[in-house]
Write a protein that binds this ligand. Structure first.
Ligand SMILES: [Ca+2]
Ligand SMILES: [Ca+2]
Ligand SMILES: [Ca+2]
Length: 398
């Protein structure tokens, strides 16, 4: 049942070839030298003239190649996976022919997703070199989701055309973010600028966007070993991280750890070893003990042949501490408490999180919160005041 369901979803929403999950790539640099089925898995070919001679992937030679038809001209497209281009990308690739006496001909185009409104990236290129020629194409004029098309139109009875070392790099400086709130609800691929993925086990499966969320989809043969990294954030001791997490099927538990990464070392801030909730749980993590520049790293280690792990509604807010609150000082009392906690003024919203970060209560327009039903321990109060300031306070119930 699970496989049928997956297959059905894949047919309508995503392209799934072998184990590879072909979402829109937003992580750079991207490299493909056609040396494995995993690398080739999200490329497509189109035998436009229907002569059964078309582009092939040659893993041994690490190339995509078109080999001549003695009877008719080539008319064949080789399509890359889709990429989100943010105006900072550069494409490079190598081309050569199999025999300089038999020149090949191709041109490179860029196709927007869901449209045939292509752009021409090169004039026709006549290939007479048997050693690799590197071509560089500036893609900075393009913003949106595109794929690259190598269109071969060599004359009949030539030899072979080879393409390899396809790379897309980004020169987006990705300056650390210091303006808050920062929010990403993963509803638009454009929100993924400066987010990166890391497919550590190189199985072609890693985080991509699906169902307006970040998703890791299982590999039937290999466990997950995959990261998605946020942009860098400047943390000044006042930040709060929130995100939602859930899985696709409760009978297939997923594993997720969350780290802060400063470019050199990792600090684990959360770890879930059995995510079985299929409706989102909101996690809030107080980052007030961190100052410096950090990425948030979501690291999935789900076991082989699970289903899907989702992350959504990523937000980093800056809580203005009580000492910075320009108006009346907002206080909670008594603290510690044995149950009732009074607020010094009515708050627009109060969310209470337990020590593991799970929200246990939320109330609107209140001037007190009753913790009687909660266990003794440390709670985080996330208070939105009537002037929309967010304050976090620790409250101890004894
Ligand atoms: Ca053909
Ligand atoms: Ca979303
Ligand atoms: Ca992987």
């Amino acid at each position: 049942m699970k496989k049928f369901f997956t297959f059905f979803v894949a047919m309508v929403a995503m392209i799934t070839i072998g184990n590879a999950q072909c979402g829109v790539n937003f992580s750079y640099p991207y490299s493909c030298d056609f040396s494995s089925e995993i690398q080739n898995g999200c490329w497509e070919v189109d035998d436009v003239n229907g002569d059964n001679y078309t582009w092939q992937f040659d893993i041994d030679q690490s190339v995509a190649k078109y080999v001549y038809n003695p009877g008719s001209d080539a008319e064949d497209d080789l399509y890359s996976p889709y990429f989100y281009l943010d105006g900072h990308q550069t494409l490079t690739f190598d081309y050569r022919c199999g025999n300089s006496s038999f020149p090949e001909t191709f041109a490179v185009f860029l196709y927007p997703e869901g449209s045939t409104d292509w752009s021409r990236l090169t004039d026709g290129i006549t290939v007479t070199s048997e050693s690799a020629v590197t071509q560089t194409i500036d893609l900075s004029g393009y913003v949106g989701v595109y794929r690259v098309d190598f269109y071969c139109y060599s004359d009949a009875d030539m030899a072979s055309l080879y393409i390899t070392n396809f790379n897309i790099t980004s020169n987006n400086p990705c300056e650390p973010i210091s303006e808050y709130p920062y929010e990403n609800d993963f509803s638009d691929i454009a929100q993924m600028t400066c987010w990166t993925t890391e497919d550590e086990n190189e199985d072609g499966n890693t985080f991509y966007l699906e169902d307006n969320a970040l998703c890791y989809r299982y590999n039937a043969d290999l466990e997950a070993d995959d990261d998605v990294y946020s942009p860098y954030f400047v943390l000044d001791g006042h930040q709060i991280l929130t995100f939602d997490y859930y899985c696709g099927l409760s009978s297939y538990p997923e594993n997720l750890a969350v780290f802060l990464y400063d470019g050199g070392s990792y600090t684990q801030i959360m770890n879930y070893t059995d995510v079985t909730n299929t409706t989102p749980i909101t996690q809030t993590i107080d980052l007030s003990e961190y100052t410096g520049t950090y990425q948030i790293d979501f690291y999935c280690t789900s076991e082989t042949n699970m289903f899907k792990l989702y992350i959504d509604n990523f937000k980093i807010e800056s809580s203005i501490g009580v000492e910075d609150h320009s108006k009346t000082e907002f206080t909670l009392y008594p603290n510690p408490t044995n149950g009732m906690v009074n607020l010094s003024e009515v708050a627009a919203r109060v969310e209470v999180y337990d020590f593991s970060g799970r929200m246990v209560m939320s109330n609107e327009n209140v001037n007190s919160v009753n913790l009687n039903a909660q266990a003794n321990g440390v709670y985080i109060f996330r208070i939105t005041t009537n002037d929309n300031t967010v304050i976090t306070k620790k409250v101890v119930k004894k």
